[in-house]
Design a protein around this ligand. Structure first.
Ligand code: 4NP
Length: 161
């Protein structure tokens, strides 16, 4: 099983949205036995909380139900996950700092390393923004996650239906 973890700061806006979009794509491609996903935050401000209502709304507008509960990134995640995808460079720095202190099998990348239009850019934190900022997050994530899945399929020689 290839295990993917999406990480942002609070694990209520961006990373649960990325997880929900990714999980739906994996389900539609009948890859659930080969690829699994989860999400976490580098901070524990919102542990146990549902995703932000604005993330839930944009997901629901696209037929996706977000049922995640916020959790904080743990040292054990570096043993468990094959890929850890950060939403921005601030998250990436926090993840790499933690990774340096523990045994890790995880490949750590930015989600927008897979952005066809802006490779390596930050996915801006929409928490202080409005619903349009959350819709933009969705629109940015979607092609990134398509490309990330293509990368996984190629790298791990997976077949799709
Ligand atoms: P996220 O957004 O990292 O995309 O979940 C945020 C959520 C909460 C906070 C910051 C960013 N906060 O400061 O509480």
């Amino acid at each position: 099983m290839i295990k993917v973890l999406f990480v942002c700061l609070g694990n209520i806006c961006r990373s649960p949205l990325a997880e929900g979009i990714f999980a739906e794509k994996i389900r539609k491609m009948d890859l659930e036995k080969q690829i699994s996903c989860d999400s976490a935050g580098t901070e524990g401000y919102h542990i146990g909380s549902m995703p932000d209502p604005r993330s839930r709304k944009v997901a629901e507008m696209n037929g996706i139900l977000l049922a995640h509960r916020s959790q904080k990134l743990q040292v054990g995640d570096f043993k468990n996950f094959d890929y850890i995808l950060a939403m921005d460079k601030h998250n990436l720095h926090s993840i790499r700092t933690m990774q340096a202190k523990t045994a890790s099998k995880s490949e750590v990348m930015l989600v927008r390393d897979f952005d066809p239009k802006a490779k390596g850019a930050d996915l801006a934190d929409p928490y202080a923004g409005n619903s349009a900022d959350f819709e933009e997050c969705y629109a940015i994530l979607e092609p990134c996650l398509d490309n990330f899945i293509s990368f996984l399929l190629k790298k791990h020689h997976l077949e799709t239906v």
